[in-house]
Design a protein around this ligand. Structure first.
Ligand SMILES: *Cc1c(COP(=O)(O)O)cnc(C)c1O
Length: 502
């Protein structure tokens, strides 16, 4: 063995046993990406390496793109940590967790005005991983119920359809595709970003399994008019089911706008979903599905899990899942109560209105409804009157420099030419954080405008001169980075071919 080899061997041995993370060999090696590492690593090193790797994620508190909860109290976090090793499907092992799920469902059924028979609530439901799972279940239930009715009448049951606006969240298109249901879309327009109730009801035919209505669209946070859909159906003598996608609004409207009619108070509303991990104020991993009564849950979709001699209704796509988020939801419900939720949701609504005013002052067009008529969400776009050449995507990018994640995106199908930005006002987005954002937006606009003026001056100088082009503008390394003579130049567009030709 050569001395060098000997040296490197003893070095690597000493590094394996090294007690400081960054002096260990692990800090000088790539992290395992494709296969199991041969040997173990010390737990503190593994922890540190992964924690360090994750710093390149965005900061959840500055992520204004997401509806999903990013703040919970320490006590809630403790409960989550303490119960994440309980699999809530084990009814026999964890009866208390199962009971807490039922308590949450009872509280939600009451909040959503479940019908009562002999003083007993009729609604049934289940905890899910999120609204997507809840929507899958509700869609399956509507399809099955429609099929059963059609078959009982001796009619064809092979071509089910569902009516929704183009403003739906992607999980609706998923549900339709996964379960072979035709989507009948009510288009949004450049001035209406929600469903048109009359158009929706006009689309109903004998193959319609239901209409989806959104309480708070992801685009603008606006509420679709569930009552208008319900009333039009009744007027026409149709018993078409309505499912309300209250992923966000289910925990907002009852507190900020309690008179709004959207839930089981409306006769045709048969099922509702809500995300516990959005305005339910729980970390991601919890949603709820509720049906008006067991009549709307076809029996063949229910599995009975026998628990100590008592039948437990089970109707989910997933089997195992932690009890932690159900318990965290219950914590929020009893910790905050109606007053706590009302205080938080009112503050958020107020902050959203304040942000709206500030953005309008800066010249933006705001597309969301304020004043608690929709979610505390502010969707906005640059106004043509501002005469900027840059777009919302550039502004979004600029804000990222300060850590803010404010997404730019295009509107739903049929008005996808319209680009916009959105701020979701969440619990910890306080007035003072809002002030910082407003300041940074103003700064970003000024910086982008200044950059634009500088670019225009450069382009003006460039045209008519024989300046060298930056290499980066040429795709081919070998191309001569020289502009063709001005008279041969088609405008100032430069693409790879022109570079090669030059
Ligand atoms: C977020 C959202 C969903 C999907 O919910 P998850 O809880 O993320 O699965 C569905 N519909 C609407 C309107 C939403 O906002």
């Amino acid at each position: 063995m050569s001395p060098i080899n000997h040296f490197s061997k003893s070095l690597s041995e000493s590094k394996t046993s090294c007690s400081n993370v960054y002096g260990s060999r692990f800090a000088s090696e790539h992290m395992p990406c494709n296969s199991f590492p041969q040997e173990e690593m010390p737990k503190d090193v593994a922890y540190r390496m992964i924690k360090d790797d994750l710093v390149l994620d965005g900061n959840p508190m500055l992520n204004l793109a997401s509806f999903v909860t990013t703040y919970m109290e320490d006590e809630a976090e403790k409960l989550i940590a303490e119960s994440s090793n309980k699999n809530v499907i084990d009814h026999e092992e964890y009866p208390k967790s199962v009971e807490i799920e039922q308590r949450c469902l009872n509280i939600l059924a009451d909040l959503f005005h479940t019908p009562q028979i002999n003083g007993k609530a009729t609604a049934v439901g289940t905890a899910c991983i999120g609204s997507s799972e809840a929507i899958m279940l509700a869609t399956l239930a509507m399809k099955k119920r429609w099929q059963n009715e059609r078959k009982a009448q001796g009619k064809d049951a092979s071509r089910p359809n569902i009516i929704m606006s183009t403003g739906v969240q992607v999980c609706w298109e998923k549900a339709a595709r996964y379960f072979d249901i035709e989507e009948k879309m009510v288009p949004c327009t450049e001035t209406r970003f929600v469903i048109d109730p009359a158009q929706a009801v006009d689309l109903v035919d004998e193959n319609t399994i239901g209409i989806a209505a959104i309480l708070g669209t992801t685009y603008t946070g606006q509420y679709e008019d569930v009552k208008a859909i319900n009333d039009l159906l009744i007027e026409k003598g149709l018993d078409t089911p309505i499912h309300v996608d209250a992923a966000s609004g289910g925990f907002v409207a009852p507190f900020v706008n309690p008179k709004l009619m959207w839930d089981f108070q409306l006769q045709n509303v048969v099922s509702i979903n809500v995300s516990g991990h959005k305005y339910g104020l729980v970390y991601p991993g919890i949603g709820w599905a509720l049906w008006r009564s067991v009549d709307y849950l076809p029996k063949e979709l229910i599995f009975n899990i026998n628990y100590l001699g008592a039948d437990q209704l089970n109707f989910t796509l997933n089997f195992s899942k932690p009890a932690s988020h159900i318990i965290a939801q219950y914590y929020q419900m009893i910790r905050l109560g109606r007053r706590g939720y009302t205080d938080i949701m009112s503050n958020l609504t107020h902050t959203a209105d304040y942000l709206t005013d500030q953005l309008k002052d800066q010249g933006f067009v705001v597309m969301s409804d304020g004043g608690g008529h929709g979610l505390p969400v502010v969707a906005f776009r640059l106004s043509p009157a501002q005469h900027f050449f840059f777009d919302e995507f550039a502004l979004s990018h600029k804000l990222r420099e300060r850590g803010w994640i404010v997404p730019a995106y295009t509107m739903a199908a049929d008005c996808e030419k319209m680009s916009m930005m959105r701020v979701v006002v969440r619990e910890e987005f306080s007035q003072s954080r809002c002030d910082s954002l407003v300041h940074d937006i103003q700064f970003a606009l000024q910086a982008l405008a200044a950059q634009e003026i500088q670019n225009i001056q450069r382009y003006q100088a460039l045209i008519g001169s024989q300046l060298a082009l930056p290499k980066a503008l040429c795709v081919e390394q070998s191309c001569r980075p020289m502009l063709p003579a001005p008279e041969k130049m088609p405008g100032i567009t430069v693409n790879a071919r022109e570079c090669v030709d030059a």
